[in-house]
Structures are given as structure tokens and as C-alpha cells.
Design a protein around this ligand. Structure first.
Ligand SMILES: NC(=O)c1ccc[n+]([C@@H]2O[C@H](COP(=O)([O-])OP(=O)(O)OC[C@H]3O[C@@H](n4cnc5c(N)ncnc54)[C@H](OP(=O)(O)O)[C@@H]3O)[C@@H](O)[C@H]2O)c1
Length: 455
């Protein structure tokens, strides 16, 4: 049984229910029913009516919708009051399925009372699993305290920390592309790679999430989790096997070997879009960064000295997520002697489209010594599973590969805490136009190294 806490929220209606419906259509939910929990006082029938209107605009095939909805019951519960969990005990006791997965789709400050409530009714059994949405709290101290608290009720094997980015097909494809091809892996080192750029920009502002975002900002909301996950896959050593433990071991080694320049002010850029302080639920004196760009290095044998540039922000001109691997320039003594020959590049594009492109040079038609850059592209088919479908499917199977292990969170927070601290000591927050371009300082970050963002 899948028990979703916070089922009246945005994530459940927009992502979890459509993903569950898709799993249902693939007969992957045959033995799983869903208990939706929220603080609102719905009856199950009313909640299904709510889902009919709120969720099914997002699913493309509604033919089995009614059968699927029959699998979902609703329970109103004072989620933040562990003493009020008796009605949940009664529902779980009456249910024949004793393999219970608790999914915490609530703000992080409810994680502790929910865990306490589950433990108090005795349902933190050895076969239970518990999944947490991001963010895994606010900094290293609060995350460690939360982890220690959860560890009293559940073992690490029972805990699934979600980062839905890792569920995206192209992000998983980074490993396959690197380690299933003789062509690329020998070049994946500091002899051939010039720099790595990871971008995740959004065109939307904070919308109605000001309360959360104003305490979070780009560093905590995107870099600590999504961007570090992507970075670790792009630069990690080959795992000894494609097992969850082996992959997590290599990922955490990457985060441990990340280095920021000692002169932080010239390695970090923060920005805030104009009008952010006037958004709902945002402080009128807020210094929260809605944009961040960083220059990092990974201090390992393979890639030492290769700059890794990250940038992420809200309310920018375009929504795009991609990883660009730029190779060193060809010496160009044979071709394009006058002009520079273009670099080779590999691009993993995650949004707005998913796919992988390899950029290389060919002879310019009709010329002898001139070349031009061309691209070879793999475009991911439209039939890919949505990230939450993979996440929920793997959660129900108990496969940890796409979830975040505690040591990765711990190491990531160490770096992000350091950056947050830096922000407090060098409080330069560059303004940028809402819906426009990022602060120019982010261009200068690369220009100082003689490079530029590849768009
Ligand atoms: N939405 C997304 O696209 C998205 C993406 C990635 C991660 N996440 C994460 O997923 C989690 C859920 O996100 P969401 O967007 O669904 O959040 P949400 O819309 O704010 O709702 C979360 C749920 O928590 C309940 N809740 C909030 N405060 C409560 C309180 N004090 N006491 C009892 N219940 C309370 C809400 O109940 P009411 O409906 O009664 O308010 C709702 O059921 C968050 O941790 C978020 O960071 C969300």
C-alpha cells in the first residue's frame, strides 16, 4: 500500500497521480492500493472527484481512469500532530496489504511529526519504506538532525530520498553514454575536456511558492540537490557494477572532491530578479538569490584542473536544462588556419527537449582546407517514462539506485552551507530583468578564464 502524506498538494495532483495512473496502465499497480492523506476533511468520493478535475487534464489516456481511481482512498488526519494518528492505525490494520510505503509529499517541517506519528502507531515495521520529497531540510545541521531523528524509526535501507531529476531519462543516459561507448570514455579526462557547463534555468518566477523559496533560494533549491546530482554523473569514475551501492559510492566521491576557489567572490555570482521582493509571501527586504552561478573543480585524478561551471535561476528568458562538455580546441594546423576551428562538444539536453548531441567538424562543401561544425543528434522518443513514474515504480520495487543516499546529502550540504555563508559575507546580489538575461557577472565568471557559456 502506498500512503501519501500531503495528498491535497500540488505535487500529488500534478505529478504523482498521473505517474501512478501510468503505472496502473502498465499493470504495475496490481497489488498496490493508495491511501491519500491530507489535513482537509474529504470523503474518498470527494477526493476522487477532486482528482478527476485536477489530475486528469495531465494524463493522455483516461479510459481506465475510473478503475484506477477506485484504488485511491482518502483519510483526513491532523498531519502535524503525532497524537492524532489513531485513525491511520485503524485503516492500516483493516487492510490486508502489509507492505507499506509512506510517501512524504509535504513541506520538510512536517517530516518529523509524520515520522513520529507513524512510529507511535507502530507502523515503522521492518518491511515498511519511507520516501521524502526534497528539500532534505535547510542546511547540514538541520539535515543531520532530521536524519538522526528518522534513523531512530527507519534504517537507511528503508529510506528513499527523492530527487526527481535523477528519474529523467537523459540524466540516467549520462552513465550509459559514458560507460557503454568506447568512443567517448577514453577522452573523458583533463587531457581532452576543456570545461563542463551545467545549466538549469526556468522562465517562471516563484509563483505561489514564495514562503518556501524565500527561505531556500537557488543554492538550496537547485544546486544542493539537482545540479550536484547531474554533476556527479557527468564526472564520476566508472562504478564497479551497475548496482545502487556502487553508483552511490562513486557519486559521493565526486562531491567530496569538489573544490571552490579560495577567492570565493570571483567564483560565485548571485542574482535576484527585479520585482522578486514584490512577489506574494516574499519579504520586501529579501536578499534571497533567485540566480546563482559557480565555478568549481573536481579534485580527482581524471579531471583535476577542468573548470565546472554551474548556473541556475528563475524568471529568465528561457527554460532550459543541459550539460555541455566542451573539448579542448584542435591545434588547427591543417584546417582553418586563419579562423579558429570549432571545439568538439557533447550536449545532454534535459529541457525543453530530451536528447544527446555530439558536435564535430567536417570539411566545408567545395573547400579543401576549411571546415564547418555539424551535429549528430539522438532525440529521446516521446514515449519515455516521466521522471515521477520511474521514481514511484522504483520506490514500489525497493530499488535505491535513483534515490539519494545520506552521505551524498551530507557532503552536498557542506558545500552549500559554505556558499550560503559566503553570500552573507560578500552580499553582492546582481539584479536582473524578470524574463530577461542572467546578470552579466555570470558571463564574466567564464570570461575571466577566456571562455563563454555555450548556448
Ligand atoms: N510541486 C512540485 O512540483 C514539487 C517538485 C519537487 C518537489 N516538491 C516537494 O514536494 C513536497 C510537496 O510539494 P507540494 O507542491 O505538493 O506542496 P503543497 O502544495 O504546499 O502541499 C503539500 C501538502 O502538505 C500539506 N500541508 C502543508 N502545510 C501543512 C501543515 N502545516 N499541516 C498539515 N498539512 C500541511 C498541504 O495541505 P493543504 O492542501 O491543506 O494546504 C498539502 O497536502 C514539498 O516538499 C516540495 O518541496 C514539489
Amino acid at each position: 500500500m502506498l500512503v501519501i502524506f500531503g495528498a491535497t498538494g500540488d505535487l500529488t495532483k500534478r505529478k504523482l497521480v498521473p505517474a501512478l495512473f501510468s503505472l496502473y496502465r502498465q499493470n504495475a499497480l496490481e497489488h498496490t492500493s493508495v491511501l491519500a492523506i491530507g489535513r482537509k476533511d474529504f470523503r474518498s468520493g470527494e477526493f476522487r472527484t477532486y482528482l478527476r478535475s485536477e489530475s486528469f487534464g495531465y494524463a493522455d489516456d483516461t479510459s481506465k481512469q475510473e478503475d484506477f481511481l477506485e484504488k485511491i482512498d482518502y483519510l483526513g488526519l491532523p498531519i502535524n500532530d503525532p497524537a492524532g494518528y489513531e485513525p491511520l492505525r485503524e485503516v492500516l490494520q483493516a487492510h490486508s496489504d502489509k507492505n507499506i510505503v509512506f510517501y512524504l509529499s509535504t513541506p520538510s517541517d512536517l517530516f518529523e511529526p509524520i515520522i513520529l506519528g507513524i512510529a507511535q502507531i507502530g507502523y515503522n515495521t521492518a518491511s515498511a519504506r519511507v520516501a521524502f520529497e526534497k528539500p532534505f531540510w535547510l542546511d547540514l545541521e538541520s539535515a543531520t538532525a532530521l536524519n538522526t531523528f528518522v534513523a531512530k524509526a527507519f534504517s537507511e535501507e528503508q529510506i528513499f530520498r527523492i530527487d526527481h531529476y535523477v528519474g529523467k531519462e537523459t540524466i540516467q543516459n549520462i552513465l550509459a553514454f559514458r560507460f557503454a561507448n568506447t568512443l567517448f570514455e577514453p577522452l573523458w579526462n583533463n587531457h581532452y575536456i576543456d570545461n563542463i557547463q551545467i545549466t538549469a534555468t526556468e522562465s517562471l518566477g516563484v509563483e505561489n511558492r514564495g514562503t518556501y523559496y524565500d527561505h531556500s533560494g537557488a543554492l538550496r533549491d537547485m544546486i544542493q540537490n539537482h545540479l550536484f546530482q547531474v554533476l556527479s554523473l557527468a564526472v564520476m569514475e566508472p562504478p564497479h557494477a551497475l548496482t545502487s551501492a556502487a553508483i552511490h559510492d562513486e557519486k559521493v566521491k565526486v562531491i567530496r572532491s569538489l573544490r571552490l576557489g579560495t577567492d570565493l567572490a570571483s567564483h560565485v555570482v548571485f542574482g535576484q530578479y527585479e520585482g522578486y521582493k514584490q512577489e506574494s509571501w516574499v519579504s520586501t527586504t529579501s536578499d534571497t538569490e533567485t540566480f546563482a552561478a559557480l565555478r568549481l573543480e573536481v579534485h580527482n585524478w581524471r579531471l583535476k584542473g577542468v573548470p565546472i561551471y554551474l548556473r541556475t535561476g528563475k524568471a529568465l528568458a528561457e527554460k532550459k536544462t543541459k550539460v555541455v562538455i566542451e573539448f579542448r580546441k584542435n591545434a588547427s594546423i591543417l584546417y582553418n588556419e586563419q579562423d579558429n576551428i570549432d571545439r568538439n562538444r557533447i550536449i545532454f539536453e534535459i529541457a525543453p527537449h530530451e536528447g544527446i548531441s555530439v558536435g564535430f567538424n567536417v570539411k566545408e562543401h567545395g573547400e579543401t582546407k576549411k571546415t564547418r561544425a555539424v551535429w549528430s543528434e539522438f532525440i529521446e522518443s516521446k514515449e519515455w517514462p516521466e521522471a515521477y513514474e520511474r521514481i514511484l515504480g522504483d520506490l514500489l520495487l525497493g530499488d535505491h539506485t535513483l534515490f539519494t543516499r545520506w552521505d551524498m546529502i551530507e557532503e552536498s550540504w557542506k558545500i552549500v552551507d559554505h556558499l550560503v555563508n559566503c553570500k552573507e559575507h560578500c552580499p553582492i546580489l546582481f539584479p536582473y530583468e524578470k524574463g530577461g538575461r542572467w546578470p552579466q557577472a555570470a558571463d564574466e565568471l567564464l570570461a575571466m578564464d577566456g571562455r563563454e557559456w555555450y548556448e
